[in-house]
Design a protein around this ligand. Structure first.
Ligand SMILES: [Zn+2]
Length: 189
C-alpha cells in the first residue's frame, strides 16, 4: 500500500507542477522536461484544465523557445526586470551553487521546477506590467546556470544583484546607481 501511496503522491506532485506550468503558458516540451510527464498526459491535463476553468484559457505556445540572451539586457528597464527575476531565482534556490555546462539537462526537476514557479510568481507580483514570460524565465535560469552568455554579478556601487553580458568589460551598475551617477555627473559639469 505504502509504495502505491508514495507513487500516488509523486504523480500528484507532477500534475500540480504541470498545471502551474500550464497556467504560466509554458510549452509542452518545457513541461515534459521539467515534470517528466509524457506529452499525452500533459495534453489530457491541459484539456481537463480548460474544461474545469471555462473562463481561463492560457495561450499555448508552439514552436521554438526563446533563444536570445540580449532580450534580458537590451535596455536599462529590461536589465532591471531581469535583476528582480534573477534575484528571486537565487533566493528561492532555483540556481545551482556553481556553473553547470549541461544546464539544459541537469537543471530541470520537480523541486527546482516548484522553486522556479515561486520565483516567477513573485517577480510577477513585484514588477508592474512584467515583460518576461515563463519561457524566457526558463531560458534565463538555464543561461545563468551555464554562465556562457549571461552572468549574475553585483552592482559596483550598491552590491545589488544584476545580470550582465558575460563579455561586458565596463563597470557594472544597477539602474538606480547608474541614474544617480549620471545625475551627479550632470551636476558636476
Ligand atoms: Zn546599484
Amino acid at each position: 500500500m505504502r509504495i502505491s501511496d508514495d507513487r500516488y503522491s509523486r504523480d500528484r506532485q507532477r500534475f500540480d507542477l504541470a498545471l502551474r506550468f500550464i497556467q504560466h503558458e509554458a510549452r509542452t516540451r518545457t513541461i515534459r522536461i521539467w515534470t517528466g510527464l509524457t506529452d499525452d498526459r500533459i495534453r489530457k491535463l491541459y484539456r481537463s484544465y480548460i474544461c474545469d476553468d471555462a473562463g481561463v484559457n492560457p495561450a499555448r505556445h508552439r514552436g521554438k523557445s526563446p533563444q536570445q540572451a540580449t532580450f534580458f539586457i537590451r535596455t536599462p528597464h529590461m536589465r532591471q526586470e531581469t535583476a528582480v527575476l534573477a534575484s528571486m531565482c537565487y533566493l528561492l534556490g532555483v540556481m545551482p551553487a556553481s556553473h553547470v555546462a549541461d544546464a539544459q539537462h541537469t537543471l530541470p526537476g520537480m523541486q527546482r521546477g516548484e522553486a522556479l514557479c515561486e520565483a516567477f510568481e513573485t517577480y510577477r507580483r513585484l514588477v508592474p506590467a512584467p515583460r518576461i514570460s515563463f519561457e524566457h524565465a526558463v531560458y534565463l535560469v538555464t543561461a545563468l546556470a551555464r554562465g556562457d552568455e549571461l552572468r549574475a554579478t553585483l552592482c559596483a556601487d550598491c552590491n545589488g544583484l544584476i545580470v550582465v553580458d558575460r563579455y561586458a568589460t565596463h563597470a557594472r551598475r544597477c539602474l538606480a546607481c547608474e541614474e544617480s551617477r549620471q545625475g551627479r555627473l550632470l551636476l558636476d559639469a
